[in-house]
Structure formats: C-alpha cells, structure tokens
Design a protein around this ligand. Structure first.
Ligand SMILES: [Zn+2]
Length: 171
C-alpha cells in the first residue's frame, strides 16, 4: 500500500474542476472551468485532447454507467473538497455519441417500465371485472329478489380497488 500523503492526488487520468483561477500552460486560456494536470502544470481540455468530450454531471447512476460503457473514452471529473480534505467526483466526461446512445437505452427502459405498468393495470382491471361478475352472481344467489342491475352495481362498487367500503373477503 502507498503511504498516505495529504491531499491525495487522484490516480489515473482525471479532470479537475479547480477551486482557484488557473490558466492553461499550453494555450494560456483561462480561467479554466476544468483542467488536466500534466507534469504539475494545468492544461485546458482542448490542449489535453479531451475537447470533444461532454460533461455529464453525477446523479443519474444508470445513465452514467451506460454513458461510460458506450463511450470509447471517459474521464472522471473531480473537485477538491477543502473541508473534507479529499477529491470528490462531480461527474464524467464522455463522448457525445456515447452519451446519446446511453440516453436512448435509458429511455427504452423507461418506456418498457411504462408498458409493464400499463399491462399490470389492465390485468388488475380484468381481475376486478371477473371478481365483480362472481360477486354479482353470489348476491343474486343469496338474494334472488335482488334486481340484476342492482347486484351488478353493488358488486362493481365493492370490487373497485381502493373503494375501502367493502373488502374482497365479503364475497
Ligand atoms: Zn490549452
């Protein structure tokens, strides 16, 4: 294990959101919102050959994971938290096309979830209808004098989910 030196510099290729105003050691542009440190000198993303990447802020873990999978190159973006004394992940830089593919996959998932919910709702509605039918038949068996439409009405009301009036055990 490596001896702890404070603050621990991030390992590997990372992009840093600097807390101080920094200018690029290559093209002198700045202040830089994001930079890469090479040989202790800050460089802008353009000079570091990362200018084609887009920033995806942290927060959506599924999208982030997929964007990194779909992107040929992805780089973690960190910022130093002075209070906690460590670098914290702010998001990732990914290829725009990779991000687009990841967004498409997440959208497809959301659509699939929506379709599943709709199927479940239809199934529940069908179950409610079958239950209402059986319930109405039972009402007519117990009360032969009850008009058919009245029995249907009672059964439909009782079997509607969340009516809270009559439990299903009443059947
Ligand atoms: Zn530069």
């Amino acid at each position: 294990m490596q001896a702890a030196s404070t603050p621990l510099a991030p390992v590997g290729l990372v992009v840093i959101q600097p807390s101080r105003r920094r200018h690029c050691a290559g093209c002198r542009r700045g202040p830089l919102p994001m930079l890469v440190v090479e040989d202790r000198a800050p460089y802008c993303l353009g000079c570091a050959d990362l200018g084609h990447l887009v920033f995806l802020p942290r927060g959506d873990t599924a999208l982030t994971r997929r964007a990194r999978e779909e992107s040929g190159l992805s780089v973690v973006v960190v910022r130093f938290n002075r209070r906690k004394g460590r670098y914290e992940r702010q998001g990732v830089l990914v290829e725009e096309a990779g991000l687009a593919r990841a967004e498409t996959r997440c959208l497809a998932d959301a659509e699939a979830r929506g379709r599943r919910r709709a199927r479940d709702a239809r199934r529940r509605a069908a179950q409610d209808a079958r239950f209402a039918e059986a319930f109405a038949a039972e009402i007519l068996r117990l009360f032969p004098g009850c008009p058919r439409d009245r029995a249907d009405e009672i059964a439909a009301h009782a079997s509607a989910r969340g009516s809270g009036r009559v439990g299903r055990s009443a059947a």
